[in-house]
Design a protein around this ligand. Sequence first.
Ligand SMILES: [Zn+2]
Length: 301
Amino acid sequence: MEDYPRNIMEFEERFSSEKDCREYLFQIRWPDGFKCPRCQHNEAWRISDALYRCKKCEFKIYITAGTIFQDTRKPLRLWFRAMWSITNQKFGISALGLQKSLGMSNYRTALTWMHKLRHAMVRPGRDRISGIIEVDETYIGGKKAGKRGRGAEGKVLIVIGAQIDGNHIGRIRLKRVSNASGKNLERVIQQTIELVSVVRTDGWDGYSQLGSIGYVHEIVREDVSVGKNLLPKCNMVASLLKRWLLGIHQGAVHISHIDYYLDEFTFRFNRRTSASRGKLFYRLIQQAVNVNPVHSKDLIS
Ligand SMILES: [Zn+2]
């Protein structure tokens, strides 16, 4: 059962101590009860709220090991508040906004947290979208549409994949590419779209081999200009993305951080109909716990 706070009052009540936060992490990490990452045994001694020891192999594991909270020196309560802030504002929050709302003294820490949480917004090994997908590209960070196939100065080329769901847009995928070569486009499509899906594109040459790598390729427009005249669903995603970037970052998009922004936008977009903001919080924390595979260096024994 999905168990999460519905509003700020429930949130405050629920997570008022470190113990509360750790117990919640336990529940999310091991919904069916403890499972030893080393021997898969399902019973453990509880050494403390934070530390467990396998009853069979005696392996010790911290509740935060292998999650984005590993090695943090800050209280989990502060992390939980950060996640609540991030998921409870429609347009998200900037690192500066986060620093202020949490009363953190250090901007760098707030920025690092934003990066970690954006990283968690990408489901690890997340599934590829399938069905009928529109694919097109757009430029971000420049005023004019650029020439295709060449990198335009100060601009980043983004490939958009938008699942068609009747008249609506289903889920999306966004990926940055250095240029619109066939090699780049095919790689992105293979990473994000299930084989045998229908992929609709314009007549750009970079898409010409999709049929031979396992997709049902439909050219729905012969025009090949990029940054304008996008296919309709991709166009809608592109304008929402640009508006969002403007809203939260005042248009000051740091190109070095663009992948993080794309991840955050994708997370929000694909969950835009989530009935409750609390549910978004729940998804984020779920992914924060599962984001990194458990490596041996993350565990103590
Ligand atoms: Zn064990």
